[in-house]
Ligand binder design. Structure first.
Ligand SMILES: Cc1cc2nc3c(=O)[nH]c(=O)nc-3n(C[C@H](O)[C@H](O)[C@H](O)COP(=O)(O)OP(=O)(O)OC[C@H]3O[C@@H](n4cnc5c(N)ncnc54)[C@H](O)[C@@H]3O)c2cc1C
Length: 437
């Protein structure tokens, strides 16, 4: 009987465990997580903070669901893997043997190096425990300062606002999430935030956090302004958790390096999800993502390979349908502005691919809060951002993911932006019908 051990009970780990069970009814499956909360929806934390979801609804599985699948789960923190003896070493001294191991330890929030960063009151929307702690603290806070760009920064801003806290949102420059959104999109989001009562501070950087008896009391900005606050929310990005992989001698770069079969540099050791840097054979490069559905599909491929099927990972164009300041937004494929920072950074709910700037013509239109931006290559749509009206979300996803030749409507897309929507829709309907036959 094969013993499969899965380190990490997030989207990647649990999907791998379910896949293994489907294909190996007899094997022993053990899933271990450092968090007492076990398996929960990490993106759902934002909705929990904003009171749109109760805590219970974040747990997709009950204890019985795991028992029924014969998946053993427990809490422990792994520190190293002995790849020679096939053993995992835990913080409490325990050792666990494996035949096949999946490392799915996810990523963790980056802590900026700032005086006072360790004070009580500096919060992150990163785990169940941190979110619960933030909710408790929000009861006694009148003001919060949030720094960062990307989805989680906005979720922190809006979640704290929903908890009755006055939020000051600090932006380093004069736009929001400039790696991915263009100026118009950023403006739409920021206008909406201001309308909701959030105070947006442009060109404002945190210099230090001032505390009293270990607790946040005030902040100081780089241009010398002071502001009283009890909470400082940080969402400047995440980094794959590489401590265990490094201590175990695995090949790592920005994430744990895996080939298209999710194999690491050590035999019988696989990695998937936010912790991994995965080889994409189509793009011929290693890519880091922080997306739930990508973590799931990598977990599934890892599971299949762990049971002995030789199944390569084929990466669909990364997509996220999210909410930015209440505006439903879909981001697909390569949409980057070219404003990439010196050091590679990724935020939760983001793909490295979005940051890439394609060789493309930008075709765009916007009507009030509805905005459509299409990145058009020679013959193909390489990426798109849709805000508000989502009727083109599925068509654009299909056209980008399937690399469809759109030469037939190229002129309309380039020359008549008001007619872009109907042209894409009509073309996609036609393509779908041909595809169905
Ligand atoms: C607030 C928020 C909003 C998000 N929004 C979106 C979104 O809109 N769209 C989207 O696609 N994605 C979103 N994401 C990202 C998404 O949640 C992640 O991409 C996904 O959870 C990654 O899954 P994973 O299994 O790789 O890692 P994780 O879900 O991070 O799971 C890692 C697991 O490893 C465990 N672990 C860590 N260290 C150890 C150790 N040493 N020993 C044992 N276990 C350990 C953890 O306890 C955890 O169980 C969001 C995330 C957050 C936090």
């Amino acid at each position: 009987m094969t013993r499969y051990v899965v380190l990490g009970m997030g989207a990647a780990g649990i999907t791998a465990a379910e896949t293994i069970r489907r294909h190996d009814p007899q094997g022993e499956i053990v899933c271990i997580s450092a968090e007492p909360a076990g398996y929960y929806s990490r993106p759902g934390l934002a909705y929990y903070l904003s009171k749109e979801l109760g805590e219970k609804s974040l747990y997709p599985f009950t204890k019985k669901d795991f028992q029924w699948r014969k998946i053993i789960t427990y809490q422990n923190t792994a520190v190293r893997v002995d790849t020679e003896t096939h053993e995992i070493l835990f913080q409490n001294g325990k050792r666990v043997r494996y035949d096949r191991l999946l490392i799915a330890l996810g990523a963790q929030a980056i802590k900026p190096e700032l005086p006072g960063i360790h004070y009580d009151g500096v919060v992150y929307l990163d785990s169940m425990a941190q979110t619960q702690q933030m909710i408790r603290k929000a009861r006694f806070a009148r003001t919060a300062v949030v720094i960062g760009g990307g989805i989680t920064a906005l979720e922190l801003v809006e979640g704290l606002q929903a908890r009755g806290v006055n939020v000051h949102f600090f932006l380093r420059g004069d736009t929001y999430w400039n790696r991915v959104l263009d100026r118009t999109e950023s403006k739409i989001v920021l206008n909406r935030l201001k309308h909701e009562g959030v105070r947006v501070h442009f060109n404002t950087e945190l210099d230090q956090i001032i505390g009293k008896r270990g607790k946040v009391r005030e902040i100081l900005t780089k241009d010398g302004r002071r502001m009283k606050t009890r909470l400082v929310g940080i969402a400047i990005g995440v980094r794959p958790r590489l401590g265990l992989a490094k201590a175990s001698g695995l090949d790592v770069n920005r994430g744990i390096k895996v080939n298209e079969f999710m194999e690491t540099s050590a035999p019988d050791v696989y990695a998937a999800g936010d912790v991994a840097e995965v080889f994409d054979p189509d793009a011929k490069q290693y890519i880091v993502d922080s997306l739930w559905h990508i973590a799931r599909s990598q977990g599934m491929v890892a599971g299949l390979n762990m049971v002995g099927q030789r199944k390569p990972y084929r990466r669909r164009s990364p997509l996220n349908v999210t909410r930015l300041a209440g505006i439903t937004t879909t981001i697909i494929g390569k949409v980057g502005s070219g404003e990439v920072e010196d050091e590679f950074t990724i935020v939760r709910g983001e793909s490295e691919t979005w940051q890439q700037t394609p060789d493309a013509v930008v075709c765009q239109n916007n009507f009030e809060i509805n905005r459509l931006r299409v990145m058009l290559g020679d013959r193909r749509i390489l990426g798109a951002v849709l805000m508000g009206d989502q009727s083109l979300s599925q068509p654009l996803e299909d056209l980008v993911a399937n690399n469809v030749d759109v030469s037939e409507i190229r002129n309309v897309l380039v020359q008549n932006h008001d007619a872009m929507g109907p042209a894409i829709l009509g073309f996609w309907n036609q393509w779908r019908q041909q595809h169905a036959n």
